[in-house]
Design a protein around this ligand. Structure first.
Ligand SMILES: Nc1ncnc2c1ncn2[C@@H]1O[C@H](COP(=O)(O)OP(=O)(O)OP(=O)(O)O)[C@@H](O)[C@H]1O
Ligand SMILES: [Mg+2]
Length: 403
């Protein structure tokens, strides 16, 4: 994976003499105190992070925590007070006017919370705008705009005006307009927060879908933890201008770095975040087809379990055998293959817990997590699913279970 964007010790202080404020922050003087004493506002302090090419990186935090300030530093709508921002290895904070113009036209685009559309321009004309500014011919820019109208599912609305559209549709125009420049990096500052919950959910899925197709580097701001964890490959949590934690949703759920973050994630629906591989355990008591029924019986006895999964030599799942089946089989001189059952429920490692719950409730046996070639990756017991829903931590626990 290549680093697309590297933010290095970036601070942004608002006020007449911002550089003077940095030493005060270093001394540990709070944002409130600095404001009261000097009239300067700490927007962002000492933020560092690396964002990978093709990554969807979310910045989350309460109102005023510095999310917009940071994202605006990335396209230099805000000039950082200190620190560096590298895009493809170049420090954009040092760009001159011409370089900056090129950077903003070609490399980076922004989608705003309140759409920011031109009300006197049609959908098509709004999307064309950036290309028009660049001096592209009408035929060419309309062709590109049309393509992106289709990307965001607005075909047929080309000649409508923004006030003839719903909020969700307006934001689709905003996204298409940003995409029209074909930027590498897409900045999205709370793009969905003005939308009602149903439309919002639809737009989130749509964004994931667009991202799957286009593979941009997306930096997405939200103060909604469910949105952050649904969309983000990784999430940075900000508080009072500082970055408190950076990690994947699973990492943040498993080990929140502070009470602030624990509070944030308290109400999250874990079943929509955690995937099979996050809650599975190492498979135990596996028997190989070639081992036969006597070995199977012995394995079950040794492990204190009443059923065992059967694999081939490559650890690919073949079925399950219960202790009763094994004993009966031995009595009737049958083979393991003859007595085992093959109706084992399997799920992929990336299946969400939410979608696994019905299987777990229905199945007499543990659920098996397998790769596409049926290789066993782990097993999930009912108790794992329950623990993933209720516990604050997904760290592995020794569970006393009957299989
Ligand atoms: N242009 C500005 N001049 C002075 N202070 C500013 C300016 N822009 C932001 N701030 C201050 O910087 C801090 C961070 O603001 P910012 O807008 O980045 O927060 P945010 O996390 O985006 O919040 P929200 O969720 O409400 O959009 C706040 O204290 C804000 O008052
Ligand atoms: Mg903001």
């Amino acid at each position: 994976m290549t680093v697309k964007l590297k933010i290095e010790n970036v601070s942004k202080i608002f006020g007449p003499r911002p550089k003077k404020i940095i030493p005060m922050i270093e001394k540990g003087i709070s944002k409130e105190e600095i404001l009261a004493k000097t009239g300067h506002t700490v927007g962002v302090y000492n933020a560092s992070m690396e964002i990978m090419e093709g990554e969807t990186f979310v910045i989350m935090g309460l109102s005023g925590s510095g999310k917009s300030t940071l994202i605006r530093c990335l396209n230099l709508l805000n000039r950082p007070t200190s620190g560096a921002i590298y895009v493809d290895g170049e420090n954009v904070a040092g760009y001159n006017k011409t370089q900056l113009k090129y950077y903003r036209q070609k490399k980076i685009a922004m989608v705003f919370q309140h759409f920011g559309l031109f009300s006197h321009r049609t959908v098509l004309e709004n999307i064309e705008y950036g290309l028009e500014v660049r001096g592209m011919s009408k035929v060419e820019r309309q062709k590109i705009a049309q393509k992106h109208i289709e990307t965001v599912g607005l075909k047929g609305y080309e000649n409508k005006y923004p006030d003839e559209l719903s909020g969700g549709m307006r934001q689709r125009v905003g996204i298409a307009r940003a995409l029209a420049n074909d930027p590498d990096i897409l900045l999205m500052d709370e793009p969905f927060s003005a939308l009602d919950p149903l439309i919002r959910r639809e737009m989130q899925l749509e964004l994931l879908d667009i991202q799957n197709r286009l593979q941009k580097t997306i930096i997405f701001i939200t103060h909604d933890v469910n949105e952050a964890f649904k969309i983000g490959d990784r999430v940075a949590v900000m508080k009072d201008g500082k970055v408190e934690q950076i990690g994947t949703p699973e990492e943040i759920l498993a080990k929140p770095a502070s009470n602030y973050i624990s509070e944030f994630i308290r109400d999250i629906d874990r079943t929509k975040i955690l995937q099979a591989e996050n809650i599975m355990m190492k498979p135990f008591g596996l028997v190989s087809l070639k081992d036969g029924l006597n070995v199977a019986t012995q394995v079950m006895r040794e492990n204190g379990i009443s059923s065992a999964f059967v694999t081939d030599r490559k650890r690919q799942l073949q079925g399950i055998v219960t202790i009763d089946q094994a004993i009966e089989g031995i009595r009737h001189k049958q083979t393991l293959e003859e007595v085992m059952s093959t109706d084992v429920i399997t799920v992929a490692p990336d299946e969400y817990v939410q979608d696994i719950i019905p299987y777990v409730l229905e199945s007499k046996y543990p659920i098996v997590v397998t790769d596409e070639d049926k290789t066993i990756r782990g097993i999930i017991l009912r108790v794992h699913v329950l623990a993933s829903i209720i516990s604050d931590s997904t760290e592995e626990t020794e569970l006393e279970t009957e299989v």
